[in-house]
Write a protein that binds this ligand. Structure first.
Ligand SMILES: C[S@@+](CC[C@H](N)C(=O)[O-])C[C@H]1O[C@@H](n2cnc3c(N)ncnc32)[C@H](O)[C@@H]1O
Length: 244
């Protein structure tokens, strides 16, 4: 993987040796298994920026969220563009390979991210979430509009299998976590998978509302804070950002 020094250097100033090593790096990254590649990338880039693995992971979640919701990057975050480019490359590959599965939750475990601030951040394993979704859907009446929610959503393990259901019409998904990074990670995975589900014509419209609130106290007081609203339908994509 390229050093920070080489990443910052313009291509025109590369020596032959550096150019060869950059090309070799690109080939190796492209051939890599996406899960291993993403973990290696985060570890390596965290070292380059003197960050801990989970801090670099959070950074990538934040920047991917900004990119998908068309928010501007914060000043100074351009230094992470190489990392972000490969992070999104591996993420897209992972999502294509394992649709409607909580792949980010799995990656997070690698960085001892769970139980951050003792918040019980440990996601439901994909097999279990899939089974619960199948059980809940077994005898359910098909409706034109369907609403699902998880007020302690984590990275979205319990909601993602719903996007793999054979046929729905209009799906509305409400997600909330008191940890903003979790709402963002959950949104990223649901939104990318929603686009596949829509293109596969299994849904006519999918809307996702993301909130960052304490489900125990803020909901009862009506003070839940919305972070994002996003819809995909025949009319295209609509994204609404909220200051939070
Ligand atoms: C055990 S994880 C479960 C995530 C997901 N529902 C699943 O089944 O995979 C619990 C999540 O709830 C969040 N959480 C804990 N207490 C909360 C509260 N009072 N309000 C909102 N979110 C909360 C944590 O940040 C964590 O992401």
């Amino acid at each position: 993987m390229l050093s920070r020094e080489l990443i910052n250097k313009p291509l025109s100033e590369y020596t032959d040796q550096e150019y060869k090593s950059a090309m070799k790096d690109m080939r190796e990254m492209k051939e890599c298994c996406p899960k291993k590649g993403m973990i290696k990338l985060i570890k390596h880039q965290a070292d380059q920026f003197n960050l801990r693995g989970f801090q670099m992971f959070e950074k990538m979640i934040d920047l991917t969220f900004c990119y998908l919701t068309r928010r501007p990057f914060k000043e100074g975050d351009q230094v992470y563009s190489y990392t972000l480019q490969w992070f999104t490359y591996f993420l897209e590959k992972l999502i294509v390979e394992r649709k409607n599965t909580d792949v980010l939750g799995e990656i997070m475990t690698e960085f001892s991210f769970f139980d951050k601030s003792f918040q019980g951040q440990c996601m439901t394993p994909p097999d279990l979430s899939k089974m619960v979704n199948e059980l809940l859907n077994a005898n359910r009446e098909w409706k034109e509009e369907n609403l699902i929610s998880d007020f302690c959503c984590g990275t979205g393990s319990m909601l993602l299998p719903k996007l793999g259901m054979p046929k729905e019409d209009h799906l509305i998904i409400l997600i909330n976590d008191r940890d903003k990074d979790m709402t963002k990670a959950c949104f990223i995975q649901l939104w990318l998978n929603a686009q596949f589900a829509f293109l596969e014509k299994r849904f006519k419209q999918i809307t996702i509302f993301g909130y960052v609130s304490d489900a125990l106290i803020e909901y009862s007081q009506g003070g839940c804070k919305r972070l994002v609203g996003a819809t995909i339908s025949d009319n295209g994509i609509q994204i609404d950002n909220f200051n939070h």
